[in-house]
Design a protein around this ligand. Sequence first.
Ligand SMILES: O=C(O)c1cccc(C(=O)CC[C@H]2O[C@@H](n3cnc4c(=O)[nH]cnc43)[C@H](O)[C@@H]2O)c1
Length: 223
Amino acid sequence: MNNEALGMNNNRVLVITAVEAERDAVVRGLRGAAGFDVVAAGVGTARAAAGTAAALAAGGYRLVISAGIGGGFEGRAAVGTVVVASKVIAADLGAETPEGFLSLDELGFGSSCIAVDVTLADTVAAALKQAGLPASTGAVLTVSTVTGTGETASELIRRNPDAAAEAMEGYGAAVAAKRLGLPFLELRTISNAVGPRDRSAWRIKEALEVLEAASAALREAVS
Ligand SMILES: O=C(O)c1cccc(C(=O)CC[C@H]2O[C@@H](n3cnc4c(=O)[nH]cnc43)[C@H](O)[C@@H]2O)c1
């Protein structure tokens, strides 16, 4: 029997972040809004999936949002901007062959791509812009390894022409949400460019400030 049949209202929103600094930024932005639970589940898809599934087991949710900082692809998402995912792609889940990379889809093991609620994603992006934030929509890649070379960045774009950003958790949280039939969103504030590793150029503090501001706008957009 599902929650509705049991008379339980599914009216809560679960926001999953990787680290506590992201969770704290989201909580500050939400400013005590009712109906939101914000959980830091750890870095990577396994922790994101396990943390999301564990939280959803309590029941009562209507939406799952993966939120945090991320890397932006050159010319698509600049540092300090926000990307709302139009889809989530597990970009390195598959098999390497001498002829090139094969995705889960090509291997016949399901899909590396998870759809989001596009109408809601567009609504959230519009609300962020309305709040004065530089927001756009685009595919967000989930990777197991932060991209650290121009070659890998180019290869990711070649395989995923609509990619705007990369991060490490979205696909895991999305799989858990999908398993329960819940709509899913991913929101990334850009802390660094995807490409040659330059740790000194990461703008984590600024990205967390944008994440806080974005969460304030999110509060209205998904209520
Ligand atoms: O390289 C470092 O010294 C370093 C220091 C602190 C954090 C990191 C991370 O790799 C954080 C990963 C964390 O943040 C998201 N994220 C942010 N930028 C990217 C990116 O360009 N590619 C993938 N993930 C990124 C990710 O979702 C993790 O939660 C490194």
